[in-house]
Design a protein around this ligand. Structure first.
Ligand code: ADP
Ligand code: MG
Length: 708
């Protein structure tokens, strides 16, 4: 470990829970105050065993009448308690000595847990308990979304502290003018209508009084919830509108479609005709490019809908005008794929013009890179394809006019801004592509700042992918099936699950799966099957080499940790197995499934699930898997994802890059969205100071994000 520099003031290292808070993005007091519970527990009352229904959450005070360790069927602590109305057996499978001590015979304890009215009498498994007799709380107890290393008690305290501090520092001062709040944030109390302020709403939502309707809290129709959602939507709309106004003042080179130009030539050499959707979207983009203000357009389309061609058509227009176009993809494999396709299509058209395609990636040899930089600076490279390397400082464009970003949600703000800054004089047009669609009408009203084009049609000739759920226990049958596919000359993906806490575990797991599969598939004496392995710790060059073997067909099975690079295109792959499918998010599963069914052969996706100790899947996991079986439409999947994902899971959503909303729900809160949309220009024109404070409160340093 390097020694600390003596001249620096000593900085206390962050504790594990502090680090975990930071990781959840809970830095400022206002962030903590806005970290709302995803459910509540009612600890305000004591109940009686006699009156408890099967499955009810119950809090009681009772006396321990026996306490012993049993070894049948496995080691457990069995405690019998009596609350005067009835008895109940408590079971603990994990317990410490001091817990056992606290439950000694004769102790009075307060217990809270789910009562099961079994055949052998009432039981509670792992109830929480404390000494009896303490004062009962007078508000519901919040339960917060948390993460490993961040105990519920710690986060409760941190949130409470954040709330108080935010209050003191004036973070809740009113930022919405009198009289314009939507009707749903009013509640009639004692005859006169009351408007819920943000501060009141937050205090209430963290500690609601027990008389409140839990239904209103759960479906978020309570005025306190409405206030919060209204605030959030307004912040998004105001900041987007502001970004749009700023951008409208900028200049970009107008790019006109030319008869007989590159785009026409490209269309002539494509091995297929465009779908109607591609044609329509191509037209929308062409219209934007003709204007002297920068395009800012999102192209959304399901996996496999053919976004790359649309990008190539736009690139053709820019290059036809004598300008440069940059295409940036999040990984080298993707960049490589684009590169290969675009070269095939465009290079023959560019070379008569004395132009070339250049590429830039992190793992490139110095000599090659220097050569590429030269081509880009001189303008000889009309098209530049690459990874993040494209936005490095050393890269100087001759005349960049169009920047296209694939899988845009995987790039950070800073990166998108850096790309924009590559234009010396004015701004490039920007086309962002995404395969995680939100329903079109919602997208149009939500993105105040972005024009949205949607590819809502797949190219013809695809055979639908059959999706099946298979329990982990049937692994052997699956191996048979893989063998069969390989026998037919097809290829197979095997995706290992992401184990969030531990990259090392992740790797072991994949390595083992890889070894087991190789052995199983090569044990029957038939021709040998090459099984490859792709994981996150490999160098880009190794990844590329492994991938190349799969693409060429030399490799039969590709085992991969986490996500096979989005966008990988191997039409001969006809079977995808996703192990521990219950651990993946819905849109992730959908993206993965999109890797198969790209050729004419019948394809299948097998979602293998394991139920773990409880013996059953969680309700949301089951719903996700069911959705996968029932539909293959990306927009429908997106809709269900919004529906299934409970408020407690928004953190996951945020990590996956969907820059959407924490509190409001686009589908449910259309009225509030309308309200915010109409108020946004009024805020900027008539109440600029309030608007500024409002954005600061909600987006803090993150407002840049909306401009990128
Ligand atoms: P994505 O939208 O997921 O990026 P791609 O651009 O990779 O999709 O296209 C998927 C596949 O479909 C590619 O092999 C591409 O060449 C092919 N494709 C694209 N457009 C059409 C079309 N109109 N007709 C037939 N095939 C097409
Ligand atoms: Mg793509």
């Amino acid at each position: 470990m390097p020694a600390a520099t003596p001249s620096k003031p000593e900085v206390k290292p962050l504790s594990a829970p502090q680090k975990a808070l930071r990781k959840l993005g809970l830095d400022r007091s206002i962030d903590l105050a806005l970290h709302l519970p995803f459910r509540y527990e009612d600890e305000t009352q004591l109940g009686l065993l006699r009156n408890a229904r099967d499955g009810e959450m119950l809090q009681i005070e009772a006396t321990v009448v026996s306490c012993e360790i049993s070894y049948k069927p496995r080691r457990q602590l069995l405690v019998v308690v009596d609350d005067g109305s009835d008895t109940c057996t408590l079971r603990f499978f994990n317990f410490y000595h001091n817990q056992q001590k606290a439950l000694a015979v004769g102790s009075r304890v307060r217990l809270r847990g789910e009562v099961r009215g079994g055949f052998m009498g009432r039981t509670m498994v792992h109830p929480s308990f404390s000494i009896a007799g303490g004062e009962l709380p007078n508000a519901l107890t919040p339960v917060y979304a948390t993460s490993a290393g961040l105990p519920q008690a710690y986060i409760r305290k941190a949130v409470q502290g954040g709330l108080v501090q935010a209050s003191r520092s004036g973070a809740f001062s009113e930022t919405i003018p009198q009289g314009v709040l939507p009707p749903s944030v009013h509640s009639a109390q004692a005859g006169k209508p009351q408007v819920w302020s943000l501060e009141q709403s937050l205090y209430f939502l963290h500690h609601p009084t027990p008389d409140v309707s839990l239904a209103q809290l759960e479906d978020r129709t309570h005025p306190a919830w409405q206030r919060l959602k209204a605030e959030e939507l307004l912040a998004q709309q105001v900041s987007q509108l502001q970004a749009k106004r700023e951008r409208d003042l900028l200049k970009a080179p107008p790019l006109a479609l030319r008869q007989g130009g590159l785009q026409e030539q490209l269309l002539a050499v494509l091995p297929f005709g465009l779908t109607n959707a591609q044609r329509r979207v191509g037209e929308e983009i062409a219209q934007d490019l003709m204007r002297p203000v920068p395009m800012h357009r999102l192209l959304q389309g399901d996996v496999g809908s053919g976004k790359t061609v649309v990008a190539a058509l736009a690139a053709a227009v820019a290059m036809d005008g004598g300008f440069q176009c940059a295409l940036m993809a999040p990984t080298e494999i993707l960049a490589e794929q684009h590169f290969r396709k675009l070269i095939d299509w465009l290079e023959p058209l560019l070379s008569p013009l004395g132009k070339r395609v250049a590429w830039l990636t992190g793992s490139q040899k110095k000599k090659e890179r220097t050569e590429m930089l030269g081509l880009i600076a001189s303008g000889e490279a009309a098209l530049v394809v690459g990874t993040h390397a494209v936005i490095q400082e050393l890269v100087v464009f001759h005349n960049l006019a169009l920047a296209i970003i694939d899988e845009q949600h995987r790039f950070g703000v800073a990166q998108r801004l850096a790309l924009r800054a590559k234009m010396h004089d004015g701004e490039p047009h920007m086309l962002m592509m995404s395969a995680t669609p939100i329903p079109r009408t919602l997208a149009m009203s939500y993105y105040a700042d972005l024009d949205v084009s949607t590819l809502d049609e797949l190219p013809p000739g695809r055979t639908p992918v059959v999706t099946r759920l298979v329990s982990d226990a049937r692994r052997d049958e699956l191996i048979e099936r893989i063998r069969h596919q390989l026998g037919e000359g097809r290829q197979v993906y095997w995706v290992c699950p992401l184990i969030e806490e531990s990259e090392a575990l992740d790797l072991t797991n994949a390595t083992e799966t890889h070894a087991r599969l190789s052995e199983a598939l090569n044990s029957c004496g038939a021709a040998s099957v090459k099984v490859g392995l792709l994981h996150s710790r490999m160098s880009p060059a190794d990844k590329k080499a492994e991938m190349a073997q799969f693409v060429s067909g030399a490799m039969g099975v590709l085992v991969s940790t986490t996500v096979i690079e989005v966008g990988v295109d191997v039409p001969n792959a006809s079977l995808m197995v996703i192990e521990h499918a219950e651990r993946f998010g819905l849109s992730q599963l959908h993206q993965l499934r999109g890797r198969v069914g790209r050729g004419a052969a019948a394809s299948a996706c097998v979602l293998m699930y394991a139920t773990g100790e409880s013996g059953r899947l969680s309700e949301t996991a089951r719903e996700r898997l069911r959705a996968m079986v029932e539909t293959s439409d990306g927009f429908e999947i997106a809709r269900r994802d919004l529906e299934i994902r409970g408020p407690g899971e928004f953190l996951g959503a945020r990590q996956s890059g969907a820059p959407l909303l924490r509190f409001a729900d686009l589908a449910q809160d259309a009225d509030l969205l309308d309200w915010a949309r109409q108020l946004a220009p009024v805020m900027l024109d008539k109440y600029p100071e309030m608007a500024k404070r409002h954005i600061e409160r909600w987006l803090g340093g993150k407002s840049d994000f909306l401009k990128a």
